[in-house]
Design a binder for this molecule. Structure first.
Ligand code: TRP
Length: 325
């Protein structure tokens, strides 16, 4: 079966941007592919973080994934640092990756601006570790959002470089792009993110979701109720395309353009559809909270099974590198 690898940062509670842009896509792939989904803790330490809360964040992220409906019977869920071959292969890849390639990565440039006081080697090396995550399992497909496409392209290049310098043992993985439109933060401007505090949490209480939607920025050119709006300039409309039934979308589009529907009513409809989808996720999450051992078991068997494959790849890598054995 074709293999898939994808990763998510251990931010703790996932937000609806992660859910729509990645996780929902992940769930849809488990029947047709051999999927490995990883909580990438080694990636997360490239920025400042609280070590004493870190384990909790990792577990909470795993709980969120399970609550979304990822079925550990059908896919593997693992924590990156539990399989040290990821970082081992990253070192090898460091030695075939031109510095110029990582320096031009958009995410590196952005994060270097955000974390001026801590621009460390790991931050620059981030996409090389990501390439190792994927290729240590020889995964052929990587379901990610638009913002990660560049990193997967670099992964392909690293695979090519390795293959031509040594032996052709790695595939050149392809992106599986989520077809959902990208949801912005409730500020309607920036990417939804926990750091920018413009997010709606996957497990957030309904009252709090409504408060955020109520005050969320819509089409800024639509000032008065009777002004016609532009759905393509409205993040609430984008959220409708992610959470409301397809049949409702043309109606909302027309209603907005003709000013038949106001922003508040439009938001109320969104709220209903969003909470209909998030309700069961919240319920599963609260059931999972009483089973911490179950979550640990899932991660343990995920890591064990991944370790076997990763070790095989590293054996092969050491051999083609000509390392002392
Ligand atoms: N960089 C990804 C993100 O920020 C997370 C990630 C790490 C990843 N390793 C990966 C995604 C491998 C896909 C494949 O979202």
């Amino acid at each position: 079966m074709n293999k898939i690898f994808s990763g998510i940062q251990p931010t703790g509670e996932i937000h609806i941007g992660n859910y729509v842009g990645a996780i929902r896509n992940w769930i849809g792939l488990v029947d047709d592919y051999d999927c490995i989904y990883s909580v990438v803790d080694y990636h997360a330490i490239t920025v400042d973080y609280e070590a004493d809360q870190f384990q909790e964040r990792v577990l909470e992220t795993a709980l969120n994934l399970l609550a979304c409906g990822l079925d550990p019977q059908k896919c593997r869920i693992m924590v990156q640092s539990q399989v040290p071959e990821h970082t081992e292969l990253a070192w090898v890849f460091n030695c075939v990756t031109p510095i110029g390639e990582v320096e031009r990565m958009t995410q590196f440039k952005e994060k270097s601006k955000q974390h001026r006081a801590n621009i460390n080697m790991g931050l620059m090396d981030y996409p090389v570790l990501q390439a190792a995550d994927i290729l240590v399992y020889k995964a052929g497909f990587v379901p990610v959002g638009e913002d990660q496409v560049q990193h997967v392209e670099l992964t392909r290049e690293i695979a090519r470089k390795f293959n031509s310098r040594f032996q052709p043992i790695f595939p050149e993985p392809q992106v599986i792009l989520s077809c959902a439109a990208k949801i912005l933060g409730v500020d309607g401007k920036s990417k939804m993110s926990k750091t920018l505090n413009n997010y709606i949490g996957l497990l957030e209480a309904e009252e709090s979701i409504w408060e955020k939607l109520r005050t969320a920025v819509t089409d800024v050119k639509r000032v008065r109720r009777k002004d016609p709006g532009c759905p393509e300039d409205c993040n609430i409309f984008t959220m409708h395309t992610a959470f409301s039934p397809d049949t409702m979308i043309p109606e909302l589009d027309k209603g907005c353009r003709r000013a038949d529907i106001g922003c508040v009513d439009c938001k109320k409809k969104l709220f209903e559809n969003m909470t209909a989808e998030l309700g069961p996720i919240r319920e599963r999450a609260s059931a999972l909270r009483s089973q911490p051992d179950y979550i640990r078991d899932v991660l343990k068997s995920g890591a064990e099974s991944c370790r076997d494959e990763a070790q095989q790849t590293m054996e092969e890598v050491r051999s083609v590198l000509g390392l002392y054995r």
